[in-house]
Design a protein around this ligand. Structure first.
Ligand SMILES: [Zn+2]
Length: 228
């Protein structure tokens, strides 16, 4: 009986701690207090460059996708992504890491690669690719995903993912619960400076994510509101 009771207590405690982790926003102790009240609100876009000391303020953790490809993601962001992924898996949707933290050198390499591709052209690069130092991927808080379909086929091309409205609608409605926002929504291109990217998620913490989602905002609009 005693053993049974301790098992029940143990299970109960595990459930409580898992729920608490899923529902509360836990800032990384390494950046808390060093970068304002919520470091996860850092703004990096075409006008706002990555803060110079950013890498001193965050901890990057290694991660792998189902294809065995290696990534680095900010630690709290990664924990929340894993929970989002689990939740979606239970609903029959498999999302995988496609692009996460990028160093300045890596962003330069992508520019060189894209500009050398005659099929893309400079206009396409300008629309989809951030200048070195101005990519949200430098923060470690941004995650691009791809989808593994139930039949095992991979949906990874931009055009293919943009066309898969049904799957992405189901993914997007779960983002805020785990502290993520859709960073480049449709119809907000003038504000974000980027075309619609259904695959690019940004971690901001649960409370902010819910407010942004419910009010159909961008992070630019949200920051303008709270700074008033
Ligand atoms: Zn991205």
């Amino acid at each position: 009986m005693k053993r049974f009771i301790s098992l029940v207590i143990c299970l109960l405690l595990t459930t409580i701690s898992m729920t608490a982790f899923a529902e509360s926003y836990v800032p990384s102790p390494t950046i808390e207090g060093k970068f304002g009240p919520n470091p996860y609100l850092v703004l990096v876009n075409k006008e706002n460059k990555l803060p110079d000391n950013w890498l001193d303020l965050i901890v990057l953790k290694p991660a792998q996708n189902s294809l065995g490809e290696d990534f680095l993601v900010e630690e709290i962001t990664l924990g929340h992504f894993n929970m989002l992924r689990e939740k979606l898996l239970k609903e029959g949707i498999q999302i995988e890491l496609d692009s996460t933290y990028r160093s300045l050198e890596e962003q330069q390499e992508i520019w060189d690669e894209w500009l050398a591709d005659p099929e893309l052209g400079p206009e396409y690069c300008e629309k989809y690719l951030a200048k070195v130092g101005y990519s949200e991927h430098h923060t470690g808080l941004a995650i691009d995903i791809f989808i593994v379909k139930p039949d095992g086929t991979i949906e990874r091309e931009n055009d293919e993912m943009i066309a898969d409205r049904e799957t992405f609608a189901r993914i997007h409605e779960k983002l805020a619960m785990f502290g993520f926002i859709l960073r480049y929504p449709e119809g907000k291109e003038d504000i974000t400076g980027y075309n619609y990217e259904p695959w690019h998620f940004r971690f901001v913490g649960e409370d902010v994510a819910k407010e942004i989602f419910e009010n159909k905002l961008t992070i630019e609009e949200y920051l303008a509101q709270i700074q008033k």
